[in-house]
Design a protein around this ligand. Structure first.
Ligand code: FEO
Length: 392
């Protein structure tokens, strides 16, 4: 499938309905690897696909142009999902790769680039391709050191690579075709929370730069092309970068014999009494990326784990490692809880992660319980939840 965006500008990407795992991100809705073609005096591809989608990409490309007529392949970012097919693509087309020095280094470390022609561009570098001019704006650490975006001056199109994307396979290509805009923004938020969050402090500067450009389309490398909701997605990126919190508690737990689960539910009931929005997730049953989406702007983060073999439960340990890497905002309240048999070990592990993240840790005697919590213990958990929800 090929989709025309403007005269001589096409989406020729591939839709991966089956992908369910993306370095820890469970992509339950699949994803897309968006590749774009600009036909001009020089014909240009923007980014590529994973290796196994090379065939689909070539079918799309051949339906518009002879691949041998491609002059340049712009690579905005070296990660494998956008470059896995690049060796074959360069061999087949003979095209020159346009990228920045850091990305060139990353490509050389991942692929056999012997014989490739490169043009490297500096910050705000420009290349004329005929009627059009491509401007390259480096966006390092969003989310790799090599990231840049490409702006087509005449068409006012921003090719933003990972920024503003979503992991979502769909038949719709443009935001205005997508019926449920709230869902689209929720998917965009989930992507932000799991890909861009560690480097969010850099985003306001990038948005400032982008606001100086007239942008009619934002074409990311995953998901939907933005046309009608450009202002909204830029504002959302600023909001999600700001570390502002809503009155939400995320209670993420796992449980061995339902004791820690009962504590989670009782604390949650107390919080709900105070009109706190409560989200309770069993970490063995919920993708970590869904939990992180809700933690992004949550005021409270409560993590529960039973003690198993002198340590924390494995699914909770996995989540803590994942959350620590993503470094959510420090202005959160952290609560650790859980049951144990004879030696309580799990909550200390959780609190260590909270300390590393700078969370304000709230403790209470009711938050650990030997074996099975009885009614009086659960009542204490409930009352703790209420006290927590009433805190200013
Ligand atoms: Fe979609 Fe960072 O690759």
């Amino acid at each position: 499938m090929v989709v025309k965006i403007k005269e001589d500008v096409y989406w020729i990407g591939t839709i991966d309905w089956d992908v369910r795992e993306f370095h820890g991100y469970e992509t339950l809705n699949g994803s897309t690897y968006n590749v774009y073609l600009i036909k001009d005096e020089k014909n240009v591809l923007i980014d590529a696909t994973k290796d196994y989608m090379f065939h689909d990409l070539m079918l799309n490309l051949k339906s518009v142009i002879d691949p041998k007529e491609i002059d340049y392949i712009v690579i905005n970012h070296g990660e494998i999902d956008h470059t896995g097919s690049l060796e074959k693509l360069v061999e087949y087309t003979g095209a020159t790769v346009i990228t920045n020095e850091k990305c060139k280094e990353h490509l050389e470390l991942q692929y056999n680039t012997e014989g490739w022609e490169f043009i490297t561009v500096d910050d705000k570098g420009e290349i004329e391709i005929g009627k059009r001019k491509l401007k390259f704006i480096k966006t390092p650490m969003l989310h790799w050191p090599d990231n840049m975006v490409t702006y087509v001056v005449e068409d006012k199109i921003l090719f933003s690579n990972d920024a503003f994307g979503q992991h979502m396979a769909s038949s719709e290509r443009f935001d205005y075709e997508f019926k449920d805009v709230e869902l689209l923004l929720e998917e965009t938020k989930e992507y932000f929370a799991n890909i861009l969050l560690p480097y969010r402090m850099l985003i306001p500067g990038v948005i400032d730069t982008l606001k100086n450009l007239e942008i009619h389309y934002i074409c990311p490398s995953h998901g939907i092309i933005w046309r009608e909701y450009i202002e909204e997605v830029l504002e959302k990126y600023l909001e999600w970068s700001s570390d502002s919190c809503v009155n939400r508690a995320v209670i993420a737990y796992d449980t061995m014999y339902n004791s820690t689960k009962k504590m989670a539910y009782s604390i949650g009931k107390g919080l709900m009494e105070c009109d706190v929005q409560v989200k309770i997730y069993n970490l063995s049953k919920t993708p970590m990326n869904k939990v992180m989406r809700d933690i992004l702007d949550a005021k409270y983060v409560l993590i529960g784990s039973p003690t198993l073999n002198s340590n924390i439960y494995p699914s909770v340990a996995r989540f803590l490692a994942y959350m620590e890497g993503l470094r959510p905002g420090a202005n959160k309240i952290g609560v650790a809880f859980g049951s144990y048999g004879w030696m309580e070990m799990a909550t200390d592990v959780i609190k260590k992660t909270f300390e590393k993240l700078g969370f304000n840790i709230i403790e209470d005697q009711c938050l650990t319980c030997r074996f099975v919590p009885k009614e009086d213990q659960l009542s204490k958990c409930y009352k703790f939840g209420k006290r927590l929800g009433e805190m200013e």
